[in-house]
Design a protein around this ligand. Structure first.
Ligand code: ASP
Ligand code: MG
Length: 404
């Protein structure tokens, strides 16, 4: 059976009108596929009555006496309500639909409440409905453990539900519907020339998520990559093609630095750079840093100094430790990291040279860099962020590659 999974987020569930838009997307898909399985998130964001954060606020969850199991039961309600009202919308219009909890849809998890892992999916309940030509509307973000207690999969987990169902049902694709036209080449709030990306690889989306871009839940991308299922990010409220996330993006022949080798530019703020001069017990220092739960972002070690970058909120811990070690050090606050991402840059000479030229022309000082096969990150000052992203975007995004 040719199956498609469609997942709709909280903004798509918000009103009768948006649910009608959702219904139309489902009915369009029904024309092309033999089976369509729908996964839904809780309605709206904090403030909306059944949004996950609103439910958590009802019990002041940071200080609640409810057990993690009970908090999961509470959190799961938002998605359950969405599945019921979405099924109701379809039934009202004479379509065959059926609301299911995660457990009802056969999603089995371990017992790590609040961040459970899916251990197995019984496909029978969904396959039975599909064979009857009924549209299953599954509550995202939840499953059940062996004791039949409801579990949740971690915040943002509905995307993961959709992809796991796609894997279990051997779906042709998983469509993730949201309220934007797709993944963008840069954050449109700081980069006016940002465009929608047509196709991007799983790896590049991972890199984007890890470099500060809010795209799609990384766990969902991980499962999609494992299953080799294309993931398509689409807008419930437009006809845009969306962004397809897949294994390979076009021919991988040798490229030059002037071709389209960069897919996106991500950025992340609130970084602090430390430099340590002279000798300290490195091994002990970095071990103690780890014990303090400080994660290092970029690090370069030279014989006479060490330079590393951390998240702003860890700054005081690092200062205390440096003082305790009697280290001679300096720090630069108010930094951010800009990362250019593109699998096709691997092995292409001149990418760094181009970045250096571009940022120097924009009078942006680079404080530190880090690179991998498919990324180059530059630490810069926060005040230079917009100018740097705009300049790099201008330099690397070849116009004919991106749509709109
Ligand atoms: N409603 C859940 C959350 O807010 C799951 C999701 O939206 O994917 O985290
Ligand atoms: Mg979400």
């Amino acid at each position: 059976m040719r199956i498609l999974i469609q997942k709709f987020g909280g903004t798509s569930m918000a009103t009768e009108q948006t649910r009608t838009d959702v219904m139309n997307k489902i009915l369009e898909a029904k024309k092309k596929y033999e089976g369509v399985v729908v996964v839904v998130s809780a309605i709206g964001r904090l403030g909306a009555p059944y949004a996950t954060d609103s439910l958590l606020h009802l019990v002041n969850h940071k200080h609640t006496n409810l057990s993690p199991r009970e908090v999961d039961l509470l959190m799961s309600v938002g998605e359950t309500i969405s599945s019921l009202i979405m099924a109701n919308t379809l039934l009202d219009q004479g379509h065959k639909a059926c609301a299911l909890t995660g457990g009802g849809a056969g999603i089995m998890t371990d017992s790590h409440f609040n961040h459970a892992e899916v251990t197995h999916i019984h496909t029978k309940p969904l396959m039975t409905l599909l064979r009857e030509d009924t549209i299953p509307i599954v509550a995202g973000f939840q499953g059940v453990n062996v004791d039949r207690h409801v579990t949740t999969l971690g915040r943002g987990g509905s995307d993961t539900t959709a992809v796991l169902l796609g894997e279990a049902l051997e779906a042709e694709a998983v469509e993730i519907f949201t309220d934007v036209d797709g993944i963008m080449t840069a954050d449109p709030r700081i980069c006016k020339s940002a465009k929608i990306i047509n196709t991007i690889s799983y790896n590049e989306v991972f890199q984007m998520a890890g470099s500060g871009a809010k795209v799609i839940h990384p766990r969902a991308v991980e499962v999609a990559r494992r299953a080799g299922i294309p993931l398509i990010i689409k807008n419930t409220f437009s006809e845009a093609e969306g962004t397809s996330i897949m294994r390979h993006i076009g021919p991988t022949n040798k490229k030059t630095v002037d071709e389209q080798i960069i897919t996106s530019i991500a950025h992340i703020s609130d970084r602090v750079q430390f430099s340590i001069f002279g000798q300290i017990d490195d091994e002990k220092f970095f071990t103690d840093l780890a014990k303090e739960n400080v994660s290092i972002d970029i690090i370069n070690i030279f014989p006479d100094r060490k330079v590393f970058t951390i998240e702003e909120h860890c700054k005081n811990k690092v200062i205390h430790l440096l003082e305790a070690f009697g280290a001679e050090y300096s720090l630069i606050e108010g930094c951010c990291k800009v990362t250019v991402i593109g699998e096709r840059m691997t092995g292409v000479p001149g990418v760094m040279a181009k970045i250096l030229r571009c940022l120097s022309k924009a009078s942006v000082e680079i404080l530190q860099t880090a690179d991998s096969l498919s990324t180059i990150a530059c630490l810069i000052r926060e005040k230079d962020l917009e100018i740097a992203v705009e300049a790099l975007h201008e330099e690397f995004m070849v116009s004919e590659y991106v749509s709109k």
